[in-house]
Design a protein around this ligand. Structure first.
Ligand code: F6R
Length: 609
């Protein structure tokens, strides 16, 4: 969702904050703004649209100061506009606030501020309520005013607050929205995400829920909700700042597609000893605990949910245990059947998706053991889990998830193999075959990546289609959901994915002359069945772009075009077959002139319900 950055130190704070916002733009990009404490008091500049618009607006102005907060917005309350952009100020203009999250009781607070204090509002946002609230409580003690305001707020918030009367102090607050503090030499930072400040610092404090942080240029103090100071270990960021740069690729998405072999290699090999045994660092589950689970629940959103669908097939097969999969926003309100014998697996790239986090808490409340599969180290989902299985994809910046997805899939296989072995239900020879196959996946993906030009040509052929369907059976059905999601989110083409066998139960009515049907027939076991489904849609006028293994050339008799993937064991095809679909979506979106890394209406990390 929204991105926030703040700086206090000797340098010019506005340059540092604007640079940080650019690195966070993937979190939201419908407006941006900055508030700066200058020698003439508080200066606020904000503008609808991209950060570039804000930069153009302030170009030529001498914005100079040592304390600033900035924000890049993904609208929740009120449309994208200059007025609704953050920062928001209180009525005195002394207090400025940036906010990531949603204040759930903002209407009550707003009514109270209007009726009891005659406050006039200038935006439709919940954030202005926070600024006005702090303003009402401010009588010379800035920290106290923030504490009092926060006590009245319900919902999720990561806040950065500054006060013109105290230009040497930056206050930040966290509840259910990500917040970190960067520790510099003679300067300190706040941000909603590490890449924003990685250029300047590697030492980080991960701020916990209901904590308030008071920063000066030379000190950082963290307080709990009872206003008692708490100690925090320093977290050292080990990944490279360059990993968050484009490195010559036109878009982060394309770079991240190409990084999949490396991410998968890292995710597998870091967890394997020389004999090919899986070593799960960070997971403390005992053999007895694994044996006692009678059900696995996988919960996630969007692309991560699609990884969960593959996880269901894989874990059921390898570990011989029943697995349910659900989208987090449904799980949490369904009173699901979960108890202390349930293993709950939360999958999340960001580790900050609010629905996933809420589902995790619900499962925890019911006694489940929580294992999370997360990419962002130290994120909320990771911290609230009993065990964490990190994907080693590296930072994923493009809104459309690619390398996080394939590394999440790898984790599903490793978890299934590990559990199967621990339970003694998996034969050693089967285990070894899977491990050998998994180790070949990176080079097979490299083979697929060599077809990038041919896939780009297919994109040129098909990019003007209004409707594109995706079909597949078994694990290919889950791959088709993911391929369709990739396409629609970045190209805005109306796309629909369905298990191929379900087509004739209704959806086939939509097939007409020229409808493009991307048909995933990657598994030998289901190949003949898929050929029948392809025939069904072809007979109704559809054009067919098929995806199959190299040996299954029979598909050419039905398909207008075919993308081949290298031979591999049926069970691991999803790791490979998604890659050409990612490339196809990318080049179709490129042909259509879309803003690939920052699609409209979306944000990288969905920290609101
Ligand atoms: C689509 C995409 C989203 C995310 C979803 C969950 O490309 O990225 O569907 O998968 O918002 O996000 P995380 O994995 O961060 O919980």
């Amino acid at each position: 969702m929204c991105g926030i950055v703040g700086y206090i130190g000797d340098e010019n704070a506005s340059d540092i904050v604007i640079d940080g916002l650019k690195r966070l733009e993937y979190r939201g990009y419908d407006s941006a703004g900055i508030a700066l404490c200058t020698k003439d008091g508080m200066m606020v500049r904000k503008k609808k649209g991209r950060i570039k618009n804000l930069e153009d607006m302030i170009a030529g102005e001498n914005l100079y100061g040592h304390l600033a907060i900035g924000h890049t917005r993904w609208a929740t309350h009120g449309a994208p506009s200059d007025a609704n952009a953050h920062p928001h100020c209180d009525r005195s203009g002394k207090i400025a606030v940036v906010h990531n999250g949603i204040v759930e009781n903002f209407m009550q607070l707003k009514e109270w501020l209007i009726s009891e204090h005659g406050v006039e509002f200038h935006s439709e946002t919940d954030t202005e309520v926070i600024a006005q609230l702090i303003g009402i409580f401010y009588h010379g003690d800035f920290e106290d005013a923030v504490f009092q305001a926060v006590e009245k707020m319900q919902g999720a918030y990561g806040l950065g607050v500054i006060c013109a009367d105290e230009p040497g102090k930056l206050i930040a607050v966290r509840k259910d929205s990500p917040l970190i503090v960067g520790l510099g030499e003679g300067c300190n930072f706040i941000a909603s995400d590490i890449p924003a400040i990685l250029k300047h610092v590697r030492k980080i404090y991960l701020i916990e829920n209901n904590e308030t942080v008071v920063l000066t240029a030379s000190s950082v103090k963290i307080y709990n909700a009872e206003r008692r100071e708490v100690h925090r270990e320093v977290f050292n960021v080990t990944w490279d700042a360059d990993a968050a740069e484009k490195e010559g690729y036109d878009h982060f998405m394309l770079k991240e597609i190409h990084e999949q072999p490396k991410g998968i290699r890292n995710t597998i090999t870091r967890r394997m000893d020389e004999e090919g045994n899986i070593v799960l660092d960070g997971i403390r589950m005992t053999k007895e605990e694994i044996e006692n689970f009678n059900k696995v629940y996988i919960v996630a959103c969007g692309t991560a949910y699609h990884a969960g669908l593959i996880g269901k097939t894989v874990i059921e097969k390898l570990a011989g245990i029943s697995v349910e999969v659900d989208v987090a926003s449904e799980f949490r309100y369904r009173d699901p059947f979960v108890d202390e014998n349930t293993l709950f697996i939360a999958i999340s790239q960001s580790g900050e998706t609010l629905d996933t986090l809420a589902a995790l808490r619900e499962a925890k409340r019911k006694g489940a053991r929580i294992l999370s599969v997360v990419n962002v180290v130290g994120s909320s989902v990771a911290r609230e889990s009993d065990d964490v299985f990190y994907t080693w994809a590296g930072p994923e910046i493009a809104v459309a998830s690619t390398k996080a997805y394939t590394t999440q899939l790898v984790c599903m296989y490793l978890i299934g193999l590990y559990m199967g072995r621990a339970k003694g239900s998996l034969e050693d020879s089967v285990y070894r075959t899977y491990i050998e196959e998994l180790l070949t996946v990176p080079e097979k993906i490299e083979e697929v990546l060599k077809q990038e030009r041919q896939i780009a040509d297919l994109a040129k052929k098909y990019y003007k289609r209004d409707n594109i369907f995706f079909i597949g059976r078994g694990m290919d059905a889950a791959v088709s959901y993911e391929g369709s999601l990739k396409l629609k989110e970045i190209s805005y083409i109306n796309s629909f994915a369905i298990a191929a066998g379900e087509l004739k139960h209704g959806t086939i009515a939509l097939i007409e002359d020229g409808t493009l049907v991307v048909s995933i027939a990657a598994q030998d076991r289901l190949f003949e069945k898929m050929l029948s489904n392809i025939q069904e849609v072809k007979a109704r006028g559809a054009d067919i772009l098929a995806l199959a293994k190299e040996s299954n050339t029979a598909v050419e008799r039905q398909a207008d075009d075919v993308i081949y993937i290298p031979e591999c064991m049926d069970e691991i095809t999803p790791l490979i077959s998604i890659v050409p679909l990612q490339i196809l979506a990318y080049y179709i979106a490129k042909q259509r002139g879309c803003d690939i890394d920052k699609p409209k209406n979306l944000a990288k990390s969905v920290t609101v319900e």
